[in-house]
Ligand binder design. Structure first.
Ligand code: DGL
Length: 269
């Protein structure tokens, strides 16, 4: 990577969950030009059809790329990554990094060989995930919880609302009495943002794993191999796909995460 140039990286998620991945990358590569898009008009992705998710992610990434030429895209969403990566790679020649559940490290770290996958309703059903499990966790019992409620709770927290611990505990009730469940995969990028609350509900779990750090390292590696398109210093920007109630307060959240401006995209349904 040319040290004078500043690669433009887009992080994409349905909501604020992608911040958990962006945070790790920004820490490792503080000087990149960061764009973050949350598709709030279509949030949550959890139970949406695969076809519609593919259409929207493609449409939005193309729209942003036409205005702000991108060097790399991170799909900071497991629900989207488990279906959209082949189409994105067919449309773009830049590197596309996906976020998929960290099944392999979870199986490796588990002593009891009884692990959990906590993800969205869509992700737990994907054939992509079934393949990951049969390839890397064949020696484990893999429990799965697919939840839309947890995504909504995490999203609310990022908008400054209190976490509903009763509702959260209810969502995790199935695992309460599985005493040998020792490793849990946080297979939705929203969940590291409520990790402490999840830990509180599942005290028997020794380790919670997400993909954030691995993605940051992958981004660094890929950037070292490309010629950067943008050469001048740019502002870090955040995009949404519809207006929302607390936009004025949201300016603080945005600044906290290192973005200067919120831009509304006009994306048709
Ligand atoms: N944060 C996303 C994920 O990693 C999607 C959450 C949603 O919109 O359902 O799966």
């Amino acid at each position: 990577m040319n040290t004078v140039s500043q690669p433009t990286i887009l992080f994409f998620d349905s909501g604020m969950g992608g911040f958990s991945v962006y945070k790790e990358t920004k820490q490792l590569l503080p000087n990149c030009h960061y764009l973050y898009c949350f598709d709030n008009a279509f949030f949550p992705y959890s139970e949406k059809t695969e076809k519609k998710i593919i259409e929207r992610v493609l449409m939005i990434c193309q729209d942003i790329n036409s205005k702000y030429p991108l060097d790399l895209i991170v799909i900071a969403c497991n629900t989207a990554s488990t279906v959209v990566l082949p189409s994105l790679r067919a449309h773009f020649s830049i590197p596309i990094v996906g976020t998929v559940p960290a099944i392999k490290p979870a199986a490796e770290h588990s002593e009891t060989k009884h692990i959990g996958l906590l993800a969205t309703k869509g992700t737990v059903k994907r054939s992509y995930v079934a393949n990951l499990i049969s390839q890397y966790a064949g020696d484990c019992i893999v429990e799965k919880i697919g939840s839309t409620k947890l995504v909504e709770i995490a999203e609310q927290k990022l908008h400054g609302k209190a976490v509903d611990l009763v509702a959260l505990k209810e969502e995790l009730k199935l695992w309460e009495n599985i005493v040998d469940l020792d490793v849990v995969v946080l297979g939705c990028t929203h969940f590291p943002l409520i990790k402490e609350e999840i830990e509180w509900c599942l005290p028997q779990v020794r380790l919670f794993i997400d993909s954030g750090k691995a993605i940051a390292l992958r981004v660094k590696h890929l950037l070292s191999k490309i010629e950067v398109r943008s050469k001048k210093m740019e502002k870090n920007l955040i995009f949404c796909t519809q207006s929302f109630d607390d936009e004025v307060d949201f300016q603080r959240v945005l600044n906290f995460w290192g973005f200067e401006k919120l831009i509304h995209l006009n994306i048709s349904e």
